[in-house]
Design a protein around this ligand. Structure first.
Ligand SMILES: [Zn+2]
Length: 171
C-alpha cells in the first residue's frame, strides 16, 4: 500500500531513482490515488511526464502529458516499449535533476503496451515528443537517468551540478 500523502517529487541521488521498479500487482483505488497524485506533482513542477520513482514509489507506473496539462495526462502501468525508427537527438531535462539538461539520443518512434487505471490493455504508437517521453519514463522504471545518457562533454559539464544535488540532498 502506497502512502499517498508521503509522495512528493524525488531528486537525485534518492536511492529509488537508481533502482528497477517493481510491477504493479493489482490496480486498485490506492494505485488510482497514486496516479492522481503523480499527475498533480507533474503539473506543479511543469513537467510532461513523471514516473513512479520520481514520486518516491518504486512501482512500474508513469504519467505523460505532451502539453503538461492534467486533462491530457494519461497513465501507463507495467509498460513495455518497443522503440523504432531513426535515432534523433534533442534537448531533454528531468524533474529529478533540476538544473541539468542536455541533448539525449532517442528513437523517433515508440510502440507501447501497458495497462490503464481500469486494468485494460493499452496499445499505442507514438512519434516525436510522446515517443521521447515514453522512452524517458521507461528509463526511470529501469533506474536510468538522463545524466547517465549525456554525451561525455555534457557529463563533464553536469558534474558540478550533480555534486551540488548530492550535497543538498535531504532524504
Ligand atoms: Zn525524468
Amino acid at each position: 500500500m502506497v502512502d499517498i500523502n508521503k509522495c512528493c517529487i524525488t531528486h537525485y541521488p534518492a536511492l529509488v531513482l537508481g533502482q528497477k521498479a517493481e510491477p504493479v500487482k493489482e490496480i486498485n483505488d490506492n494505485i488510482r490515488a497514486l496516479a492522481e497524485k503523480m499527475k498533480d506533482i507533474m503539473v506543479k513542477n511543469q513537467g510532461v511526464g513523471l514516473a513512479g520513482p520520481q514520486a518516491g514509489v518504486g512501482l512500474q507506473i508513469f504519467v505523460a502529458s505532451p502539453d503538461g496539462t492534467k486533462e491530457n495526462a494519461k497513465v501507463y502501468i507495467n509498460p513495455v516499449i518497443t522503440p523504432s525508427g531513426k535515432i534523433v537527438s534533442a534537448e531533454e531535462g528531468c524533474l529529478s535533476l533540476p538544473g541539468i539538461s542536455g541533448r539525449i539520443q532517442r528513437y523517433s518512434r515508440c510502440a507501447i503496451k501497458a495497462l490503464d487505471l481500469n486494468g485494460q490493455e493499452i496499445h499505442e504508437e507514438a512519434e516525436g515528443l510522446m515517443a521521447r517521453i515514453f522512452q524517458h519514463e521507461c528509463d526511470h522504471l529501469n533506474g536510468t537517468l538522463v545524466a547517465d545518457k549525456l554525451s561525455t562533454v555534457a557529463k563533464i559539464a553536469a558534474k558540478k551540478k550533480l555534486k551540488r544535488l548530492r550535497e543538498n540532498y535531504q532524504p
